[in-house]
Design a protein around this ligand. Structure first.
Ligand SMILES: [Zn+2]
Length: 489
């Protein structure tokens, strides 16, 4: 990585000396160019939420089975000019991050505590990337399959004490005038909020038909579901969803149509539901969503061919669930025979487990799983699921003890995939970058390097304040260790 650590130290010292609220911005383009770095004028930052390297492997293998080719992610990493690496995504208070702290590390260059959005433990709000890029007239977009105010997009486009402050995040986006906002979350935008977006010149849309017809010269707020967008596996199995909800690739294509002719833009594209499926130990749900995310990468690569001044970065924010394609059967040869069973799944755990939970006995459980997943489980396993549903079961490792966790383990016998927990994991995440500046993303980088690279590309030297380990230790004592009692997603 050619970023000058000395420059960073100087800038950080300036910030620590009290210049935090008065951004230190200077054009640095010439300096960067003199180092021989490529400088992109357009950036597409892809995030597959909750995707450990093992999840990428599973999707790549399954993609070959259902599409006759592996992931674009992998193809991209093999092309000339691509750089690959691993990224350390630790947050300020844990080696296992949540999505808001992860995205904030990219969005502000500062590690923060899990659960916050670009906010230090003492309440100091940091300047998010999309605020900093407003002044130099970079167009900005956020596209996601989650609610648009969810943690990952929020980390680029807002700052607040808690990721749960969705109204604050929505207000932040509007005030920054983020040009493209496409995702879910109708229930989070009341009439008053929608009217305020309207006053700021946004066109507000709710269906994929409306997305096709929008004025590409006006800002857009697209909310295609009450909450998160449906998982891809459910979208594939329900024609009604296909009529109204766009896929991530379609939203990405429209975003690039809107932003793509401008001199400078940055677009964050998130496949957010891989994470949710991994929390549920739902192997088909996660895999189909990850492949849909991969389709969106192809859209970016096609755009890049026509616009070679575009940098594409593809990565994840953290692992989730620890899925593993385990060796099964004699000499492990059963695994590739089991994986195609995922094709028989008729829906996500999210949609199906409600019905499953109403089963009254083991026979009904067996019948339901036969109907929805084409698997014939034994009575002993069906009984185990009923116990887990009723909170009576016992497992060795507690983070896999819930109902969907046990369902994932049982179905894993038929899919060749097991799970380590229903929580995030602290893996280094996989990373590939291609285009001008891609060389800065090779090797093993720190999450906060991403922000510094993007600032350099924009010709800006601004640095947010960083919280030191010692300050964190003090804060933990003074805040009594009860900041984040609830589980994060
Ligand atoms: Zn999560």
């Amino acid at each position: 990585m050619s970023f000058s650590r000395r420059n960073f130290i100087v800038a950080a010292a300036t910030a620590a000396a009290g210049a935090i609220s008065a951004p230190y911005i200077a054009t640095n383009m010439r300096a960067a160019a003199s180092r021989g770095d490529g400088i992109p004028s357009k950036i597409i930052h892809y995030v597959s939420d909750g995707t450990s390297p093992s999840m990428v492997t599973i999707s790549d293998v399954f993609s070959k089975m259902i599409r006759g080719r592996g992931l674009c992610w992998m193809e991209m990493s093999r092309t000339e000019g691509a750089f690959t690496g691993l990224m350390d995504m630790a947050s300020l208070n844990s080696c296992v991050t949540d999505s808001s702290a992860a995205s904030s590390s990219w969005g502000s260059g500062s590690r923060i505590n899990n659960g916050a959005v670009n906010c230090l433990p003492d309440g100091t709000l940091l300047k998010p990337l999309y605020e900093l890029l407003r002044e130099p007239h970079w167009k900005r977009g956020l596209v996601t399959t989650t609610e648009i105010t969810h943690a990952t997009p929020a980390g680029f486009g807002s700052a607040c004490k808690s990721r749960g402050d969705t109204t604050e995040i929505a207000n932040y986006y509007r005030t920054l005038g983020i040009d493209v906002l496409l995702g879910g979350g109708q229930s989070l935008y009341n009439e008053e909020m929608l009217a305020s977006y309207d006053r700021y010149g946004y066109q507000i849309i709710k269906t994929s038909d409306e997305l096709k017809k929008i004025d590409i010269n006006k800002k857009v707020l697209g909310l295609f579901a009450g909450g998160h967008l449906p998982m891809t596996i459910d979208w594939l199995n329900h024609k009604s969803l296909q009529k109204t909800v766009p896929q991530l690739a379609e939203m990405t294509a429209k975003a690039l149509e809107m932003l793509g002719e401008h001199e400078h833009f940055i677009l964050q594209v998130e496949g957010g539901r891989v994470d949710h499926a991994c929390h549920a130990s739902d192997a088909p749900g996660a895999t189909y969503d990850h492949i849909a995310f991969d389709d969106a990468i192809q859209v970016g690569l096609d755009y890049q061919k026509k616009h070679p001044d575009t940098l594409i970065v593809v990565t994840a924010d953290h692992g989730c669930g620890g899925p593993s394609m385990n060796g099964m059967g004699s000499s492990y040869t059963s695994t590739p025979k089991l994986l195609p069973n995922m094709k028989n799944a008729l829906g996500s755990f999210e949609r199906l487990t409600g019905d499953l939970k109403t089963c009254e006995n083991a026979v009904q459980v067996q019948r339901y799983l036969k109907e929805k997943y084409s698997v014939q489980i034994g009575v002993d396993k069906a009984d185990l699921l009923l116990l887990a549903r009723d909170g009576k079961g016992c497992v060795g490792y507690d983070p896999i003890g819930g109902f969907t966790g046990q369902l994932g383990q049982v179905l894993g016998n038929y899919f060749g995939i097991s799970w380590g927990s229903c929580n995030h994991s602290g893996d280094f995440v996989a990373l590939v970058a291609k285009g001008p500046g891609a060389e800065r993303f090779r090797g093993n980088i720190r999450n906060t390097d991403v922000f510094r690279n993007y600032m350099d590309f924009a010709g800006m030297k601004f640095r947010n304040k960083e919280w030191t380990g010692e300050e964190q230790k003090t804060a933990s004592v003074s805040f009594d260790g009860h900041w984040f009692d609830t589980a994060l997603v």
